[in-house]
Design a binder for this molecule. Structure first.
Ligand SMILES: Nc1ncnc2c1ncn2[C@@H]1O[C@H](COP(=O)(O)OP(=O)(O)OP(=O)(O)O)[C@@H](O)[C@H]1O
Ligand SMILES: [Mg+2]
Length: 151
């Protein structure tokens, strides 16, 4: 399934995040693709806010993985893992940063920036969100939803 959404402003992005977060389930592996500054981290922050994360969602570019308890899930151990593989330049590094603890874990919603080149290591992909910059404030989002194995 594919859906295209026209985002005219940060407020539009926020309104879309409010709908989008409700479509996510524990265990999901979600790829965010698009160029630098397209809005991947900004959208992850808005999703986190709707899930009631307390820790601020900052760009994980220098840490690779940030985890946030999913307070509104009301399920012990439920986490949002925000993963940024931009600086992960080879497979050896990919396997050493601890992503396997989160990717495919049924208690975790994974949002992964710059994950395309490692996608063959993921057990499945639930959704892919393509961020296409249109102007400084406008974006087109293309949401691909794939059939996921039942947990
Ligand atoms: N409609 C919009 N949607 C998303 N971001 C927007 C929009 N309008 C303006 N922006 C701004 O664009 C910037 C997007 O930066 P962000 O860090 O989210 O990009 P990114 O895709 O995560 O980049 P990187 O690949 O470097 O991690 C932010 O400063 C944000 O405020
Ligand atoms: Mg980012």
């Amino acid at each position: 399934m594919e859906e295209r959404i026209s985002i005219k402003s940060l407020q539009d992005l926020d309104e879309f995040a409010k709908k989008f977060y409700k479509t996510l389930s524990l265990g999901d592996i979600i790829l965010f693709s698009g160029p630098i500054g397209a809005g991947k981290t900004t959208f992850a922050q808005k999703i986190g806010a709707y899930f009631g994360t307390i820790s601020p969602i900052t760009s994980p570019t220098f840490v690779y993985i940030h985890t946030h308890p999913l307070l509104k899930m009301n399920k012990k151990g439920a986490l949002l893992a925000h993963i940024d593989l931009y600086r992960v330049t080879n497979e050896h590094l990919f396997h050493s940063i601890g992503v396997s603890e989160y990717i495919g874990n049924p208690h975790v919603i994974n949002i992964i920036e710059w994950g395309e080149s490692f996608a063959h290591f993921f057990p499945y992909i639930s959704k892919k969100v393509e961020f296409i910059p249109v102007s400084e404030t406008e974006r087109t989002l293309v949401i691909h939803t794939y059939p996921t194995p039942s947990p």
